[in-house]
Design a protein around this ligand. Structure first.
Ligand code: ZN
Ligand code: ZN
Ligand code: FE
Length: 759
């Protein structure tokens, strides 16, 4: 006989781990106990040594589907003669943090029950088990237990009670467990938010949607606005009411087969669509698809998701499995509504009815957005279905470290030991409501994970709200404070997700980031690792006439580039009509009115404007995206040139030859698709050329592609193929977004490296 004490770390709580251990112990005839403790599962087992070995092997090799084991440690202990095996209650509230699973769509077993007319949870919109269902969005405190979820005020019926306490049951200690007898219920409300007395609201909801009405539906992490995606009238009306002019809207379809009716679905895309994470996947749309033009105007892709919850499945069924627009329940860029009364207030005038229920959402969580490039995922927004699943850091944080991220597409991260917990997507913090949500949700995460930071890391930008927050927080709580340059954080973020801390060449292309010289960077080749970097090359500085205004009006960047290249395009300039060309020319003579930038995002904007796209944009990156779509229509036919100029220890990439060539092509009336394509391939060649030169001078053979510009699939493919052909090892993002949603992870990685004294 032997007794072993085993500690399992990782995502092992709230994922059915204890029933699994119980089952395994019985299978191998072992006595002992299992309990949750300190962010781990604590197991004591006693029996024949060979049975113990088998137990350990199975524990490690076949854990429950949602569990992610990071470490198993064990030691021998004195034999106690325990014969039976028991599951013990979690030890006290003073214990260190639990890991919390993300919110997931039903597992296979739950779907089976959902579709089984003989099951007591047949078509019950709130069914779940230890392997699926809501998590982060319903948790109100730590440790994770039913009393600290928004289901606390739903006492379990005897049947649920039995399942909850039966170690052999799939619902053993499933905290959000519910059934039609004791769980939450649906409720239909009218446009004014008045409850409508109807026990089966879905039939009514379906008929309203099919008549072209707009509904607000309470989803997993917030309200969705919903309408018939085939109806141009309904979709256009939704855009008008929501004040959303051009940004594409996502649609929900019943299953992959339905998605295939209007989009191509590869096997990797299918896997993502059907995964329990249920993200919005960008799929290439098919010509002639029966989806209203207004869903994604001029966009060759469609954002598609399958039902992320049983309620959504019922909705899809009720409308006869037609595609439904499924967009966040908010006005323009405010945070998505979660609270029922607040939703009725804020969505008044947008929604014609509300399909809601009495299970409160405590933590807001937007849908995740992702795409596939060359068979591998490229995340655009990491949120529902992923957060707060921890990610591993390449180096441990020596003390608890809070990374506050950037200003746009905000995400914060908590770092402890080797774990980074990234928050859900918090939106653009320029909006006061988004900023309030940031502060509230950060407090909540710190409480949930019992996290008290000793260090706070932030962006170098002095005016980001997150920077000011970090300063204030450091002062108030006596924290050490660390500023990380924006593009260094992007580079470190990509290295971190690959578990890499060797030096690399970081090709970091985005719209805006505060540079160490105070200029606006964004077309950068950094050489470095997680602890340090230097700026090895960058795009030539050009003025941004009118500062921020030049982001919303890409023609300003086009004009700045033309003048910088001592070129003019009279026909194009004339076509600007009402646009005050002369005013911008005067601005260009006054350096105070024109911050200088090396941004690749702005270069894309300028070229997009020159080929006649996007005079004004409603969101950053819009012009660049249109340029990508345009370029997809042309085959490779040469590339635009550029010059490399040796500066003071830095290579400067002179874009004037490129702009002159673009202007020449436009004057020669070359097909705009070809101009767009030559531009993309010119950038890719420039990337490969600069990387080759940097390899000669540094010896580094690893290239990282990071920054929001690398959401561009065409550019990413072109860069990867040229770099690989030149023998480089290329790393690009697969788990966090290349854009600012990935910054916080990079900030943590840099802080961990610096504090560990890495060099
Ligand atoms: Zn389940
Ligand atoms: Zn029940
Ligand atoms: Fe950025």
């Amino acid at each position: 006989m032997e007794r072993r004490i085993i500690v399992v770390q990782g995502l092992v709580q709230g994922v059915g781990f204890r029933p699994f251990v119980h089952h395994l112990a019985q299978k191998h005839r072992l006595g002992g106990l299992v309990r949750n403790s300190a962010g781990a599962v604590h197991i004591e087992v006693e029996g024949d040594p060979s049975d113990l070995d088998h137990f350990l092997t199975e524990l490690a090799s076949r854990p429950p589907s949602l569990a992610r084991i990071e470490r198993i440690a064990w030691q021998s202990a004195a034999v106690r003669g325990t014969r039976s095996f028991s599951i013990e209650e979690s030890r006290g509230e003073g214990e260190a943090p639990v890991a919390i699973a993300p919110d997931l769509a039903p597992c296979t077993d739950c779907w089976r029950e959902f579709h089984d007319p003989n099951d007591r949870r047949y078509r019950y919109p709130f069914l779940n088990c230890t392997n699926c269902g809501p998590r982060l969005t319903i948790i109100t405190g730590a440790p994770y237990d039913r009393v600290r979820t928004t289901l606390a005020h739903f006492p379990l019926c005897p049947d649920c009670q039995r399942e909850y306490h039966d170690p052999g049951d799939r619902r053993f200690h499933a905290q959000p467990i519910a059934c039609p007898a004791c769980g939450p219920r649906l409720e239909l409300r009218d446009a004014a938010g008045r409850p409508q007395d109807d026990p089966h609201p879905l039939a009514i909801v379906a008929s309203l949607l099919l008549r072209g009405q707009i509904g607000a539906v309470k989803g997993v992490g917030g309200y969705h606005l919903v309408c018939d995606a085939r109806s141009e009238t309904a979709v256009a009306e939704l855009r008008r009411r929501k004040h959303r002019e051009q940004k594409p809207l996502a649609i929900m379809v019943a299953d992959t087969e339905s998605a295939r009716a209007f989009a191509d679905v590869s096997s990797a895309e299918r896997e993502l669509l059907e995964s329990q994470r249920r993200p919005i996947v960008l799929l290439r749309r098919r010509p002639g698809a029966d989806v209203a033009w207004s869903v994604a105007p001029g966009n060759p892709y469609l954002g598609v998701m399958l039902p992320p919850s049983p309620l959504h499945e019922m909705l899809a069924d009720a409308v006869g499995r037609i595609p439904l627009v499924m967009t966040s329940g908010n006005q323009s860029d405010e945070p998505i509504a979660t609270d029922d009364d607040d939703a009725c207030e804020r969505l008044r005038g947008i929604a014609d009815f509300f399909l809601t229920h009495n299970r409160p959402i405590h933590v807001r969580c937007d849908d995740s957005v992702t795409r596939v490039i060359d068979g591998v995922e490229l995340p655009i927004r990491r949120s529902r279905g992923e957060t707060p699943c921890p990610m591993a850091l390449p180096r441990p944080c020596s003390v608890p470290t809070l990374a506050v991220g950037g200003q746009l597409k905000a995400v914060f991260a908590l770092g402890r030991d080797r774990q980074a917990i990234l928050s859900h997507h918090l939106g653009d913090l320029d909006h006061l409501a988004a900023w309030r949500a940031f502060e509230r949700d950060l407090r909540l995460y710190e409480e949930l994970f019992r996290f008290q930071p000793r260090v706070v890391v932030h962006d170098l930008h002095p005016d980001y709200l997150t920077t000011r927050y970090a300063e204030e927080r450091a002062r108030r709580d006596g924290l050490m404070r660390l500023a990380v340059q924006h593009h260094h954080a992007h580079l470190a973020s990509c290295l971190a997700e690959h578990g890499w801390h060797e030096p690399a060449i970081g090709v970091t292309f985005d719209g805006t980031g505060y540079g160490t010289d105070g200029a606006i960077w964004g077309g950068e080749f950094l050489v470095g690792d997680d602890s340090r970097f230097y700026r090895a090359a960058h795009l030539r500085y050009v003025p941004m006439p009118g500062g921020e205004k030049a982001i919303r009006e890409p023609w300003r960047m086009a004009l700045a580039q033309l003048r910088d290249a001592r070129t003019s395009l009279p026909a194009w300039e004339h076509a600007l009509e009402d646009a005050p060309v002369s005013m911008v020319e005067r601005l260009l003579e006054r350096p105070v009115a024109c911050p200088i930038t090396s941004s690749m995002g702005r270069l894309f904007d300028a070229v997009a404007s020159l080929v006649g796209l996007a005079r004004h944009v409603s969101h950053e990156g819009q012009a660049a995206m249109q340029l990508e779509w345009l370029a997809e229509g042309a085959a490779e036919v040469g590339q635009y040139p550029f010059d490399l100029v040796e500066g003071e220890g830095t290579l400067v990439i002179d874009t004037r030859p490129l702009i002159a060539a673009v202007a020449h092509d436009i004057q020669q009336k070359v097909d705009p698709a070809i101009v767009a394509r030559r531009f993309h391939d010119g950038i890719a060649r420039m990337v490969a050329d600069v990387c080759r030169r940097l390899r000669e001078s540094t010896g580094h053979n690893t290239v990282v592609l990071t920054g929001g510009v690398f959401q561009n699939a065409l550019l990413t493919r072109a860069c990867v193929s040229r770099l690989q052909a030149a023998g480089f090892c290329v790393l690009r993002h697969q788990r966090v977004p290349p854009g600012d949603g990935g910054l916080a992870l990079g900030q943590l990685a840099v802080a961990a490296a610096i504090l560990s004294g890495a060099s």
